[in-house]
Design a protein around this ligand. Structure first.
Ligand code: PMT
Length: 396
């Protein structure tokens, strides 16, 4: 999503400036071209050379540096920007931007750019809550600036309060959200499930499977970037994606109850979760002791969520198979009356449970079969959502 995108990373004078190195590094890893602009105070907290080494690009800090490729036309940087993100953003830079001051490279760049601007404030809690800072932020937001954070927690002073720089992943999410907005799911509500259910045997043991939740999270995140309202019902908690409504559940029965509630007004249900087909008939309230040489557990069927939850939404199932992939998936598509099934070949080490990639075949209700190459789970998510968008558009 960030490949070949130019991200201007503005760093201002806060103790949180060191976290900008992580942001820069992750942006570079995502393929972005990162141009760092530091204020003079930022350079007191962190060496420009550090950012220079991470991004492989000179760091801009002065408008009067004649050896810089951007120094003469100080608005050139503003013109090449796809997005400008200031992290951390101090009360001072927020005040300057709110009043249109342009007295250094960063403020000039912001004033001159037409690109979206993201601010991640970080400061002392009293400074943040001061009505002047609040008024300045409100003014900038009204002009279309996007803010991320600040968070609540331990501040540099040792005090607990609101003023911490937002988590780096949240800032990256915001950047990707701004860059990747496809908006073809705007106004749609998509319900996604993720992870393997845990079916308890006694207070310490349960039956489960190897699902990590990665596939479901990838779908939830991709749907969010495309503008959907997303409800994610999951057994696993991975890095929390911004703007997604997450409910954690444990068992198949719990998952069914939550899905049935949230799917009422949904446009699509995408079940990437590996739901247990059977659960122990009874739950032992105390830990089962190893008193005999064998133990028999009686298992009973769990409800089939995809089949039993009623409503007029697009139904997408996943099928993880070790043999007869196509035939087994086609059978499930028919039996569960799905609009689409995504069949995973889990015999391939790079596909299925736990890994970041997946090799799938998409089979539609009308029999159309699409065999995809090995892709990242995020890419698979977008392919599945392309189909969901197509189905939704056909309906309306
Ligand atoms: O989580 P990861 O580590 O990223 O791995 C991803 C995955 C391999 C778990 C995922 O891509 C996947 O294949 N999920 C479905 C696993 C499966 O085999 O499901 P199934 O064949 O048992 O069920 C078919 C469909 O019915 C699934 O969409 C399932 O969510 C749904 N189902 C199953 C049982 C049940 N009681 N209720 C259901 O709704």
């Amino acid at each position: 999503m960030l490949a070949k995108k130019t991200v201007i990373l503005g760093i201002t004078g806060s103790i949180a400036a060191y976290k900008a190195t992580d942001i820069a590094s992750k942006l570079v890893q995502d393929g972005a071209e990162v141009r760092v602009v530091m204020t003079r105070s930022a350079a007191r907290f962190i060496m420009p050379l550090t950012l220079n080494s991470i991004t492989g690009r000179p760091v801009e800090s002065s408008m009067w540096n004649m050896s810089s490729e951007f120094s003469i036309g100080h608005v050139t940087l503003a013109e090449v920007a796809d997005v400008v993100v200031i992290a951390p953003a101090t009360a001072n830079i927020i005040a300057k931007l709110a009043t249109g001051v342009a007295d250094d490279m960063l403020t000039c760049t912001v004033l001159a750019t037409m690109a979206p601007i993201i601010l991640a404030p970080a400061m002392n809690d009293n400074m943040f809550l001061n009505p002047i800072t609040q008024k300045n932020l409100a003014k900038l937001k009204a002009r279309g600036f996007i803010t991320v954070g600040p968070g609540y927690g331990r501040l540099a002073s040792g005090k607990i309060g609101t003023g911490r720089l937002a988590e780096v992943d949240k800032i990256l999410d915001a950047i990707k959200q701004v860059m990747g907005q496809k908006s073809d799911l705007n106004g749609r509500h998509i319900v996604v499930t993720a992870g393997g259910t845990h079916e308890p045997i006694d207070p310490v043991r349960y039956i489960s499977n190897r699902s990590s939740g990665k596939m479901g999270y990838a779908i939830a995140e991709a749907a969010r970037y495309r503008g959907a309202q997303v409800s994610l019902i999951t057994t696993t908690i991975l890095a929390e994606p911004a703007g997604i409504d997450i409910t954690q559940v444990e068992t198949a029965l719990e998952m069914k109850t939550v899905v049935a509630q949230v799917v009422k007004d949904a446009d699509a249900l995408i079940m990437a979760a590996a739901v247990a087909d059977y659960r122990p008939k009874s739950f032992a309230k105390a830990k089962i002791k190893k008193e005999s040489s064998s133990l028999t557990l009686e298992l009973i069927r769990t409800p089939d969520i995809l089949t039993e939850v009623k409503g007029n939404f697009i139904r997408v199932g996943f099928a993880a198979e070790t043999e007869d992939l196509l035939a087994n998936a086609q059978k499930k598509l028919k039996e569960k009356q799905l609009d689409l099934i995504v069949a995973n070949n889990i015999t391939d080490k790079e596909s299925g449970f736990g890994v970041n990639t997946n090799k799938v075949i998409m089979i539609s209700r009308n029999g159309r079969v699409k065999d995809l190459p090995l892709l990242t789970k995020r890419e698979v998510a977008d392919k599945v959502l392309d189909r969901v968008v197509g189905l939704l558009n056909k309906r309306s």
